[in-house]
Design a protein around this ligand. Structure first.
Ligand code: MV4
Length: 669
């Protein structure tokens, strides 16, 4: 077994591999880019080496740099993780030629599976079921047209060099053939530099079922059952599970044996995944084979009790598979949700930002979290915006589903837009609960899964007001002793006014909507006027800073996270972001902001009213930032001379970054 391995990856998979290596007593070497200097995987590894600038092509894809560090560090093997160089045959070859073990399949196996048509030819010889279609070398349009006629419409055109859904086009009738073929070839040429096509019978409601296979260097091959990965959007997996719901045992055995036949056909070694389309007739057809460990491998680990990275290390070190087929059994049911920094309500646009607040569900035998980020880390534009994989297990699917719903409700992230609410909505959908899943799920239930954005509820507003009022009470009590007049009425937070009832107006912004809530103070708490409704509220913060609230006698717990004047209320698994715009409070917060020349949040510079050499007075505007459709003026914390302006109009800045430098004015005698 190896003494030291290099992990040529980052994020959650790097951390995950390091965890298993440490369990096996193997020392680990991490590599990191400029953007990952403080990353979790760097902190976890025994050693870490800088490999270049943030863009992957200057760091994590630089095979030569990685190999040089492997040699320099004395690593005997390289684990590629997934993505990056994990399916790069040239890298696998370069490792072998350098005497460094590539923890993965032989380069020839990677190459064999790199072309869809070549892969299908190999599967054909291994008697693996293929979809009716044409995957020949003759690309004469008339040959392709005749193949489509023979198959019968609808047919699917797929780029031979494509994958993951890229370069596919469905043709519903012969009339569409000419234009459809031309468009598909153009896309394939621009996408892959190769416009060869294969033609297949189009399956209208398939499920994506994949088999985890594992082979060693002694010719042994086993399957570790199936995963259903049908819940995808734009060919990006969202939810995965094992075993597949309502999946017949005889199909499981046939599919598993076909997958092992496929692995043997290409003399496979290591972890591999054979993907099938499973249609309503109960037939299944080879789609493609992935020659790497998949993102979703944890659901297989949870139902088999196996550590697949440990298997990878053992097999790469020349040991036989730790199990035979008969030793492997399915126990219970596992589900995985991919927690992403993205905006489902904005076409899943990737999001960036700093994880200002991060609370995760408690891990246990039932709940596992694979992540590569911690509170305070930033999600940047450089890499895949995955925050974590949330994996749950229980004795059956219903139990696993309950665990997943509860865990999602406990997951709290503030500082970047996430898909948590979308995940919670999806796993609560009746069709998902029934296990009625296929690749068209998200499209079919689109209206249910993307409800129109709801305005803020009165309950959330009441919680937000209570937090504002309680926080002010706390701050006033804390400030009173140090003031020159601790008994001054100005320290009172009872809303006391001369010749008026004790009340205050709390101003909140919900998006663009300004809300003004009157709060009457009374001994037991506050009486809130929300439109026509009155809500009696009182509460306190617990030792974790959560709010224990009583609204009209209903007791509940909420987490309210405050950053600057941005306030996020999280309760019952939903979160709602508001901006506090309370003049009294706001001035105080504005006063606090004057002390800072850093960006209060991620945003875009929209004005730079100063230049190097300018003398500025305390409070003068030195930069204007736009975020969340609002403008924030950065003000000089003191009189001074501008000595450095670090950003110009139009540039994006991350939360907390230094915007400019102001030197103290020096008194000249
Ligand atoms: C198909 C298909 C229907 N019929 N092939 C998409 C990605 C690539 N791996 C193959 N894909 C498909 N191939 C035939 N003959 C439907 C899909 C498909 C899909 C497959 C798996 C998971 C999600 C999908 C989403 C859309 C389409």
């Amino acid at each position: 077994m190896f003494d030291k391995i290099l992990i040529a990856n980052r994020g959650e998979i790097a951390c995950r591999v390091i965890r298993t290596a440490r369990k096996l007593g193997i020392r680990t070497v991490a590599v990191y880019s400029d953007a990952d200097a403080q990353a979790m995987h760097v902190a976890m590894a025994d050693e870490a080496f800088h490999i270049g600038a943030a863009p992957a092509r200057e760091s994590y894809l630089c095979a030569d740099k990685i190999l040089a560090i492997a040699k320099q560090s004395g690593a005997q093997a390289v684990h590629p993780g997934y993505g990056f160089l994990s399916e790069n045959a040239a890298f696998a070859t370069a490792c072998a030629e350098s005497g460094i073990v590539f923890i993965g399949p032989p380069a020839a196996a990677i190459s064999a599976m790199g072309s869809k048509s070549a892969a299908k030819k190999i599967m054909e010889t291994a008697n693996v079921p293929l979809i009716q279609g044409y995957h020949g070398d003759d690309q004469n349009p008339e040959v392709l047209r005749a193949a489509a006629e023979k198959i019968g419409y609808p047919v699917l055109l797929k780029a031979t060099a494509g994958g993951g859904g890229k370069g596919m086009r469905t043709l519903w009738s012969a009339e569409e053939f000419d234009a459809g073929l031309a468009a598909a070839k153009r896309e394939a040429l621009s996408g892959f530099g190769d416009d060869r096509m294969l033609v297949e019978k189009y399956l209208t409601k398939p499920r994506h079922i994949e088999i985890q296979v594992f082979a060693d260097t002694f010719g042994n091959a086993v399957y570790l059952f199936e995963r259903d990965c049908s819940i995808q959007r734009r060919h990006q997996k969202v939810l995965e599970e094992a075993p597949a719901p309502h999946f017949p045992e005889e199909i499981r055995v046939k599919m598993g044996e076909a997958a092992c036949a496929a692995a043997r056909a290409i003399h496979y070694v290591g972890a591999g995944t054979v993907e099938f389309l499973f249609d309503e007739t109960g037939e299944f057809f080879f789609m493609e084979m992935n020659t790497r460990l998949q993102v979703e491998h944890p659901v297989t680990e949870m139902i088999t009790g196996q550590d697949l990275v440990a298997w990878q290390l053992q097999v790469a070190a020349g040991q036989p598979l730790p199990c035979q087929q008969a030793d492997l059994v399915i126990s219970g049911h596992a589900l995985e949700a991919r927690v992403y920094a993205e905006d489902p309500n904005n076409n899943f646009l990737p999001a960036t930002g700093r994880l200002k607040h991060l609370r995760t569900p408690a891990e246990s035998a039932h709940v596992r979290i694979d992540t590569g980020v911690r509170e305070g880390d930033s999600v940047t534009v450089h890499y895949d915006p995955m925050i974590a994989k949330l994996i749950v297990w229980d004795t059956d699917r219903a139990g696993a589903l309950r665990r997943l719903r509860a865990a999602l409700a406990e997951y709290q992230i503030v500082g970047v837009t996430t898909n948590l609410d979308f995940l919670a909505t999806t796993v609560a959908h009746p069709a998902y609960v029934r296990g009625d899943v296929d690749t068209g799920f998200i499209g079919r239930y689109h209206n249910d899964l993307f409800p129109s954005v709801q305005g803020v509820s009165e309950k959330v507003l009441a919680i937000a007001c209570l937090e504002v009022l309680l926080r002010r009470e706390q701050e006033a009590k804390a400030a009173a002793p140090s003031s020159g007049d601790p008994y001054s009425p100005w320290h009172l937070t009872t809303g006391w006014r001369l010749n008026e009832g004790n009340h205050h107006i709390v101003c909140l912004l919900d998006g663009e909507t300004q809300l003004q809530i009157r709060a009457d103070f009374h001994k037991g708490g506050y009486r809130l006027h929300l439109g026509e409704n009155i809500i009696e509220v009182r509460g306190e913060f617990d030792q974790h800073g959560d709010l224990l609230a009583d609204l009209n006698g209903n007791r509940m717990k909420a987490t309210v996270v405050r950053h600057g004047n941005e306030l996020t209320v999280m309760m019952h698994g939903a979160s709602h972001r508001l901006v506090v715009h309370d003049p009294a409070l706001f001035d105080a917060e504005e006063e606090a902001q004057i002390g800072s020349l850093t960006a209060p949040m991620t945003g875009k510079i929209v004005a730079v009213p100063v230049k190097v050499g300018d003398n500025v007075k305390r409070g003068a505007a030195v930069m204007v930032l736009e975020a969340m459709k609002m403008e924030y003026t950065i003000q000089a914390p003191h009189d001074g001379v501008v000595t450095e302006v670090r950003f110009k109009v139009g540039e994006l800045v991350d939360d907390g970054v230094e915007l400019l430098v102001l030197s103290e004015l020096v008194e000249v005698e």
